[in-house]
Design a binder for this molecule. Structure first.
Ligand code: ZN
Length: 86
């Protein structure tokens, strides 16, 4: 995503990129309410692409952030699978 879109994402800025992510989340919600699995899959792809774009322009390494926080176990109870009671 950085290689593909960093220059465009940087020009759009954090607010504009966040707004696109929010819009894609809404589209994912709508896809989840339907029965078209292929369309839902594409919306998941759009959401993760926009999330990666937002991370790139804010200087966050998304993969590192996810691994640092979760690293194969729940960050609260430190178990896998999670044993937290909600
Ligand atoms: Zn847990």
């Amino acid at each position: 995503m950085r290689r593909l879109y960093f220059h465009r994402d940087s020009e759009r800025g954090v607010k504009g990129t966040y707004d696109w992510l929010a819009e894609e989340l809404e589209e994912l919600k709508e896809a989840l309410e339907g029965k078209d699995k292929e369309a839902t899959e594409k919306e998941f792809a759009d959401v993760i692409a926009w999330l990666a774009s937002l991370a790139n322009i804010t200087g966050i390494n998304l993969e590192k952030a996810a691994i640092d926080k979760y690293n194969g176990k729940c960050p609260k109870c430190h178990q896998s699978p999670c044993q937290c009671t909600f």
